[in-house]
Design a protein around this ligand. Structure first.
Ligand SMILES: O=C(O)[C@H](O)[C@@H](O)[C@H](O)[C@H](O)COP(=O)(O)O
Length: 256
């Protein structure tokens, strides 16, 4: 697993544009190398801002969007189209504006879909999607995502993996149902840390002073059970991309 690298941008707006630019470059390079690319999307404010910045980027169409596989790191287990779903956020901010191949968009199940209101069935179904995905390495049950975008919570959660939760202790399954989630809504589907760690690159993107403690703890190699975001590492690269407020500890010092 790669060591965490810190990238600081002055403001949240600049961060969104800079992550969009960085993402476009990685996707173009992946497609130049093998004709396709795969991206794991995240929910949350910061994740949404990056998608909007991608939509308006002048270089947007340097990517062949019909050859990108889109996945989600987590999803709120709600009815299809619910404004609180990360899929709804991604479609409105970006996907509805791109010439994507609908067959290459892989949302996590909604609570009113064919699987019914059963988050365990939804998690198992998503694990099947990953197991059959292109780009999966021999013997692996999860594809080597080119980039896994992740948000970070103030207490150090990432995706829907919260401190000392069943999800953070999961070592075998790649996708789990999450119940009684401290961040509403309470029921979610989430990739686990082993699934996240199958990624070539993991980018944790966060802004605001409220995240500074979590950023600092993770960059100081906090235990992943206490700070799940600390366990989100890519095989090739792990980037913590934050704004100045999230990079500065209350005493004004840098995170490390
Ligand atoms: O479904 C979700 O809520 C997200 O996946 C979650 O992990 C989010 O990314 C973080 O809580 C950060 O959210 P903000 O960027 O809004 O602070």
């Amino acid at each position: 697993m790669s060591r965490a690298e810190l990238v600081v941008h002055q403001t949240g707006e600049l961060l969104a544009d800079a992550v969009a630019a960085r993402l476009l470059t990685v996707l173009v390079d992946a497609q130049a190398e093998r004709g396709r690319a795969s991206l794991v999307l995240t929910g949350g404010r910061t994740g949404g801002a990056v998608l909007a910045a991608l939509r308006t980027s002048l270089a947007r169409d340097a990517v062949d969007w019909s050859a990108v596989d889109f996945y989600w790191g987590d999803e709120r287990f709600l009815p299809a189209g619910d404004p609180e779903r990360n899929e709804t956020l991604a479609r409105e901010a970006l996907l509805d504006h791109l010439p994507i191949d609908p067959a290459r968009v892989h949302p996590m199940a909604a609570s009113d879909g064919p699987l019914g209101d059963d988050p365990d069935a939804a998690a198992a179904a998503y694990a099947e999607v990953l197991a059959g995905a292109v780009g999966r390495r021999e013997g692996e049950s999860v594809p080597a995502f080119d980039v896994c975008l992740l948000g970070v919570g103030e207490e150090g959660h990432t995706a829907s993996i919260f401190p000392d939760s069943p999800a953070v202790h999961e070592r075998r399954l790649g996708v789990v149902a999450v119940r009684d989630c401290p961040k509403p809504p309470p029921t979610r589907i989430s990739l686990t840390l082993p699934a996240i760690r199958a990624s070539a690159q993991v980018w944790l993107i966060t802004t605001g002073a409220g995240k500074a403690e979590a950023v600092s703890a993770a960059l100081r190699d906090a235990d992943e059970v206490a700070v799940p975001a600390a366990g989100a590492r890519g095989r090739q690269r792990t980037l913590w991309i934050v704004d100045s407020a999230a990079a500065a500890l209350p005493d004004g010092g840098p995170p490390r």
